[in-house]
Design a protein around this ligand. Sequence first.
Ligand SMILES: *[C@@H]1O[C@H](CO)[C@@H](O)[C@H](O)[C@H]1NC(C)=O
Ligand SMILES: *[C@@H]1O[C@H](CO)[C@@H](O)[C@H](O)[C@H]1NC(C)=O
Ligand SMILES: *[C@@H]1O[C@H](CO)[C@@H](O)[C@H](O)[C@H]1NC(C)=O
Ligand SMILES: *[C@@H]1O[C@H](CO)[C@@H](O)[C@H](O)[C@H]1NC(C)=O
Ligand SMILES: *[C@@H]1O[C@H](CO)[C@@H](O)[C@H](O)[C@H]1NC(C)=O
Ligand SMILES: *[C@@H]1O[C@H](CO)[C@@H](O)[C@H](O)[C@H]1NC(C)=O
Ligand SMILES: *[C@@H]1O[C@H](CO)[C@@H](O)[C@H](O)[C@H]1NC(C)=O
Ligand SMILES: *[C@@H]1O[C@H](CO)[C@@H](O)[C@H](O)[C@H]1NC(C)=O
Length: 407
Amino acid sequence: MRFFSSTLSLLAAVASATILQNGQVRDMVFLDTTIASVASDRSWRTYGPSASEISYKGRWDSKHISWWSAPGLKFSFIGDKVAIGFGNYTSPGVLVAYRLDGQDWMFTNVTANSTHQFISSTTTSFNLTTQAQLPQTLELRVTNWAYGIQIAGVHVSSSSKLIKLPNYSKTIEIIGDSLSAGQYATYEGISSYAWGLGAGFGNVEFFITAYPGICLVDTNCWGNPRGQTYQWYHASDTSGRAVEIYNDNPEVWDFRKRPAADIVVINLGTNDNNTHNNVTNEKFLQSYLEFVQGVHQVYPYAQIILVSLWNGFSPVGNSYAQGGAFIEEIEEVYNYYKHTGFVHYFNTTGIMQHNDIGPQYHPTDVGHVKVASHLMQYIKLNFGWELGATGPEVQHDTLYWNDQQNY
Ligand SMILES: *[C@@H]1O[C@H](CO)[C@@H](O)[C@H](O)[C@H]1NC(C)=O
Ligand SMILES: *[C@@H]1O[C@H](CO)[C@@H](O)[C@H](O)[C@H]1NC(C)=O
Ligand SMILES: *[C@@H]1O[C@H](CO)[C@@H](O)[C@H](O)[C@H]1NC(C)=O
Ligand SMILES: *[C@@H]1O[C@H](CO)[C@@H](O)[C@H](O)[C@H]1NC(C)=O
Ligand SMILES: *[C@@H]1O[C@H](CO)[C@@H](O)[C@H](O)[C@H]1NC(C)=O
Ligand SMILES: *[C@@H]1O[C@H](CO)[C@@H](O)[C@H](O)[C@H]1NC(C)=O
Ligand SMILES: *[C@@H]1O[C@H](CO)[C@@H](O)[C@H](O)[C@H]1NC(C)=O
Ligand SMILES: *[C@@H]1O[C@H](CO)[C@@H](O)[C@H](O)[C@H]1NC(C)=O
């Protein structure tokens, strides 16, 4: 646990204060959105965290505490201001992304026992005139997997209201480890390939049940006390804060709280494949076979996609080659279930190249975009899903351009 916590606190400090790009400080503006509590201010109307108008995305427990990667919430509103109160289980300095309608993501850090105003009449694209016909939408996402927020309430102006949004008709769940949680990507959870896939479709609900260091097999891996074959069935993840709040007695996740997944993407095994964690090939195979069965029981109509593991690149001869992990075992899981028709194999070989992996062994933002794009096309070709995004950004701060020529 000690190794894990100290690694996390280092990451956490980076996440909340400064974003580094190739070791240099990235020029970033985190807006200061803090206001004094408005819970007893008559010019505001307060909705409790259980208000049916609030759609929670990803996993939240019964105390309205967020877990796993990129959890969030979304609602429409009418009125000239929106604020959110954060409860005392909110981690210190959580970087959250939020946006009004289809505008670009904005960022701010929030902390326990605070209130933040996200929308005012000066917010870009805010339009009180058109709201009566077309209520505006606020979406908020937690960017770091280890951090969480607790919703204490949502506040709008006293004469205004929240409006419940319909859900998209299709749902994807991505089950993974750091690779799916976006560790070492610029904005972490909202820069991951899992985000690129779910948000990239633009017309699907998606949940990223991923946590750095976690194994598929139920064993302690890099300080994560349990593996996904146990933890996936629970509301909280394997973070230090989960251990603090729930010890080893986490809330069981009620899968009826979210629309059932139509597609489940499983990207697990990279941590199991590390000799540090003592998982044997036989145990991995056995656990994977059981896990696919378990996921199928939870979502009997879901198509399950097994992602082959790239496991980094290394110099081979005078070039580079992709590593791969549990190559035979994952193929074997696929072959075992192939006849059922609901299990599929997504071959990642050839999608990324050695310079798509950063110094900390995880995909760069470009690597994540590549994997997401190929997965989207795979799902379109195999299951007929349409690419439904209409223009709003999916990956933030990926606008690299050249406006000079002839050099
Ligand atoms: C949170 O954001 C504010 C405003 O930009 C900044 O002054 C503060 O240092 C940030 N806090 C942390 C912990 O990053
Ligand atoms: C938040 O407020 C509660 C109640 O006043 C208090 O017990 C708790 O220590 C506060 N938490 C933080 C992190 O400030
Ligand atoms: C949060 O507040 C509740 C009561 O409102 C209290 O029971 C709990 O101990 C507090 N937790 C923290 C971490 O301050
Ligand atoms: C709001 O939208 C209306 C109708 O499109 C437009 O005429 C008006 O200029 C907009 N107001 C602002 C502040 O953008
Ligand atoms: C949409 O799904 C969320 C759970 O993710 C649920 O809380 C909400 O009630 C659903 N909305 C509608 C309109 O069914
Ligand atoms: C792996 O096995 C070795 C030798 O039995 C043991 O020392 C080590 O603690 C084990 N590691 C984990 C993470 O269980
Ligand atoms: C990791 O995966 C490779 C490739 O499939 C396999 O040969 C090796 O036995 C695995 N090693 C561990 C430690 O799991
Ligand atoms: C994955 O793709 C690579 C490169 O095309 C190929 O060599 C390998 O056989 C494929 N693996 C499977 C299981 O299809």
